[in-house]
Design a protein around this ligand. Structure first.
Ligand code: HEC
Length: 173
């Protein structure tokens, strides 16, 4: 009984201390604040598990077609992805270096994420990061699948390809 009372009292003290820390303004929301390694680890695990559980849509039959990736390159440029993530031959905007967490180079994540996972992330965004929901930004599913197809092919897309695919008179839609 006495042990239970001690545990209860401790829980109340910890709860009060946390309330003072967070609501008293002691926690820094600065984008420059470094996260402790355990927080970064936990956030990454939570993000990966959340995307894994939700990304269940099957890609359209045209997912692997060259024309789909080319249309995706156009949509990628039009939707502004390159501002944060860069593109072949296109440097990201300076402001993206101030985002926390950092927008990854998509060439590096293309191999790790399945088509369904790419689609889900682009469609829904990632809460409390700079990654927007492009469904809310007005893109439809067909466009989002094409962007996912383009991202999947990114490691093999040359600067010349990207330039040609995103030129307004170029092939594709
Ligand atoms: C305003 C900046 C910004 C724009 C614009 C933006 N992103 Fe992101 N994106 C981010 C940030 C920041 C992250 C990292 C989130 C994190 O670490 O959890 C991210 C993460 C991602 C990821 C990786 C998710 C993972 O699990 O590793 C993908 C894929 C992605 N973005 C694709 C896109 C595509 C495609 C577009 C355009 C349709 C786009 N992003 C536009 C900021 C942006």
């Amino acid at each position: 009984m006495r042990i239970l009372a001690a545990i209860g009292a401790l829980a109340i003290v910890v709860g009060l201390a946390a309330a003072v820390f967070f609501f008293g303004g002691f926690y820094s929301v600065a984008g420059t604040a470094d996260d402790p390694a355990i927080v970064t680890w936990a956030l990454t695990q939570v993000r990966t598990a959340s995307i894994d559980r939700r990304a269940n849509d099957a890609p359209p039959a045209s997912f692997d077609d060259a024309a789909t990736a080319q249309a995706g390159a156009k949509a990628y440029a039009a939707l502004g992805c390159a501002n944060c993530h860069g593109a072949p031959g296109v440097k990201w905007q300076k402001f993206s270096e101030g985002l926390h967490p950092d927008p990854p180079d998509l060439k590096d994540v293309a191999g790790e994420l399945s088509p369904a996972q790419l689609f889900w992330v682009i469609k829904n965004g990632i809460n409390m990061t700079g990654m927007p929901s492009f469904e809310q930004a007005g893109a439809n599913d067909e466009q989002i699948w094409s962007v996912a197809a383009f991202v999947k092919k990114l490691p093999s897309v040359s600067e010349a390809d990207y330039k040609a695919w995103t030129a307004s008179s170029g092939p594709g839609k």
